[in-house]
Ligand binder design. Sequence first.
Ligand code: ZN
Ligand code: MN
Length: 147
Amino acid sequence: MIEPKSRVESMLKKLRAHQFRVTPQRIAILKVLVCSIEHPTVERIYEQVKSDFPTTSLATVYKTVTLLKELNEVLELGFPEGSNRYDGNKPYPHPHVICIKCKKIVDPDLSGLADMTTELKKETGFKIIHHRLDFFGICPSCQKKYK
Ligand code: ZN
Ligand code: MN
């Protein structure tokens, strides 16, 4: 996990550069995005921020997350069914492991990824600029539950 404080600072810097008004509610949204390891949905971020800032609206959370996505400060994981999930700690492309039962999403440490990219480049001649690597399965706690 990247140092949350430096991630929040990087987000704030970009938001300010885009004349975005930084309010305590919005800082709370950034903190949830950066500190959460669960890859939250917008609704989930809203729930968490609302407990400290009851006046926060879902629209504000949407707006903030969308802007951060446009500024490459948050990674969006879209799914054909269900809500998008967000990673504000690692805003760059990285692999994910997804539980099909409880929808838990984990960041694995995949040491072979750099080799895979080199191999792809060599084989296809492509300049690789982005990747989306999702592994779907059943997490350890769901394996116990559904046995
Ligand atoms: Zn699970
Ligand atoms: Mn992630």
